[in-house]
Ligand binder design. Structure first.
Ligand code: GLC
Length: 572
């Protein structure tokens, strides 16, 4: 296992600490302390600055060998931090910002051109990027601006010193949120953000209007639960990158956030702090057995709550939400770290579970039947490593690996430092399965035969090792890279980017690849898929300048980690 280790836990070598979470021993976050510490001012840039300097110092010790060996890079690093916090304007709107090899890198230059070609304008202003510029096939809805697809584009533009388009996108989608949304006769929640929108040109009247899809046109008619979370996460990335707090502080933005939060913090019959969802409510937007409590949504939920906590004003309305968020974060982190986490020890515990236990003393709380453990998990589980599984609900654990949720868990610090390291260990030891010839598998393994029939409803697009069913999605590169930088293991990202570089441009930036190793361009993959382009650019820019990580990463605050209730100690 190679890799530079960063002492994230301040306990010595993180891989030797005996703090892996099990059902009986979990690090709990005390979010009430976070509340006290963070809330007096809405978004204190000075404090953020020193916070970042601290994490950047840590990074420069452990993360990038180039930073420690090349002093000129170090100073650029610090210079960049300055520009991050003073919203000074950069020129070069048509070229990648950074200097040297990066700018002249042929694939990078081509990628920028492709990204700029995908820009969508509304009344003269850029407001987003189209999902795919592929004219060869039927478009379906790939000619729209998807909220989730725009995230890597937005990050690329922010990293390149072009925040305007991001601001426009945030404001336009906010306006769309206030639309009345109906499916047949049923009215959707006020806070629902659109999955996508499109600009309509009326040549007769010579004007432009927007149309949006909140799920009422989507295949399956499912509302995008992830859109609102990504919107909040992007608002924080914009604020962090530009230093411009005025956007987040606008009453409209504050209200938009509160409406999103109202949807997911409302009281009901829930017995878990996780969010109950329909199938197809996120990146995997078709029936794939992710209904229930999908990991992707829980990780985004956690991250969005933490971002909202930083962005919400402490006025009368905001204060109430901040208190509710703090309580939910506390419960959510405990639940996820306890019940979604799996490693060799946890797997062995489940394998030996007793069933039909009643009352508070139950160990097997959800009555998971050991016979339901799938065969593949026993070989897949490495000696060192672990991950958050796909879903947990009564008598149901979906053991599949989902890439997006695990990377977001690292970035949001939903994963403890030890868990983050364990996820990276897993990626390294299961490289062939999770990366193969083209990064990265959206989930692992594929479902086939009878299981595929039952779970997908015989979906011909989601056949085994294709599309959402074990397909490889280049867009996930940016999330992997960010997670690698955060955990001090950039060489893993470098390896993955090299693999992608060999093919992406040649293959015209496909949406996804098929096959166990991701060797084939996907059966129905669109070409010139914008988030494949943008994901690559963001990965490259982040490796080149790791200080960009701050836009999409939240540190675990040492002060909010008070209770270490570890009843059993063991190493993996
Ligand atoms: C597909 C993907 C979805 C994406 C959309 C646009 O429907 O499943 O995640 O947002 O295409 O690219």
């Amino acid at each position: 296992m190679s890799g530079l280790t960063v002492d994230l836990s301040r306990n010595g070598n993180v891989r030797n600490v005996d703090s892996h979470c099990t059902l009986s021993g979990v690090d709990e976050l005390d979010f009430s302390k976070l509340l006290e510490r963070e809330r007096p001012r809405p978004l204190n840039m000075d404090r953020q600055r020193s916070f970042d300097e601290r994490s950047i110092n840590e990074l420069s010790i452990g993360v990038s060998p180039r930073l420690t060996t090349r002093p000129e890079n170090t100073s650029r690093f610090i210079d960049h931090l300055d520009s991050v916090y003073s919203p000074g304007k950069r020129s070069g709107l048509n070229t990648p910002r950074s200097s040297s090899d990066f700018e002249t890198h042929p694939i990078v230059a081509e990628a920028w051109e492709a990204l700029r070609r995908s820009l969508v304008y509304f009344r003269g202003q850029p407001v987003g990027t189209i999902a795919a510029l592929d004219n060869s096939e039927e478009k379906f809805n790939y000619d729209q601006v998807f909220v989730r697809d725009f995230i890597p584009s937005a990050l690329a533009f922010l990293m390149n010193g072009e925040p305007e388009i991001v601001k426009n996108f945030i404001l336009k989608t906010l306006r769309l949120q206030s639309w009345e949304k109906k499916i047949d006769r049923f009215q959707l929640g006020e806070g629902v953000m659109p999955a996508s929108f499109k600009v309509l040109h009326d040549p007769v009247r010579n004007n432009e209007t927007l149309i949006a899809d909140f799920g009422e046109s989507a295949i399956g008619r499912v509302a995008p639960v992830d859109s609102g979370f990504w919107w909040i996460i992007l608002l924080r990335a914009y604020t962090k990158s530009t230093g411009d707090i005025s956007l987040a502080e606008m009453p409209e933005c504050q209200k938009g956030m509160r409406l999103i939060l109202s949807l997911c913090l409302s009281e009901g019959f829930d017995t878990f702090p996780t969010l109950l969802c329909a199938d197809g409510c996120c990146m995997i937007d078709r029936r794939m057995g992710v209904y229930g409590y999908p990991m992707e949504i829980q990780a985004l939920f956690f991250m969005a709550l933490r971002c909202a906590m930083l962005l919400l004003k402490q006025d009368e309305e905001g204060k109430e939400f901040v208190e509710r968020i703090a309580k939910r974060l506390h419960a959510l982190s405990f639940h996820m770290r306890s019940y979604f986490w799996i490693d060799l020890k946890q797997l062995n515990d489940i394998y030996r579970y007793k069933t039909e236990e009643y009352s508070h003393t139950a160990v097997n709380k959800f009555n998971v039947i050991p016979d339901s453990l799938p065969e593949w998990i026993f070989d897949f589980m490495p000696t060192h490593g672990g991950y958050f599984i796909g879903n947990v609900s009564p008598a149901r654990m979906d053991f599949r690996w989902f890439c997006l949720g695990n990377c977001v868990a690292i970035l949001s610090s939903l994963a403890t430092p030890e868990q983050s390291m364990a996820i990276m260990d897993l990626i390294e030891s299961r490289w062939e399965e999770l990366v193969g010839e083209m990064p990265l598998k959206v989930c692992y393994p594929a479902i086939e035969s009878h299981e595929w029939r039952i779970i997908t409803g015989c979906d011909p697009k989601n056949t085994r090792w294709s599309y959402h069913n074990g397909g490889s999605w280049p867009v996930l590169l940016w999330l992997l890279t960010a997670a690698c930088i955060k955990t001090g293991r950039p060489q893993i990202a470098r390896r993955a980017i090299e693999l992608a570089e060999n093919r992406l441009l040649k293959d015209n930036w496909p949406e996804y690849y098929d096959g166990k190793l991701g060797r084939y361009i996907g059966k129905q993959a669109r070409k010139f898929q914008t988030w494949s382009v943008a994901g690559y650019l963001v990965a490259k820019m982040m490796l080149e300048d790791p200080s960009h990580l701050g836009m999409v990463s939240l540190e675990e605050d040492k002060q909010m980690k008070p209770l270490l209730k570890r009843s059993n100690s063991w190493t993996f």
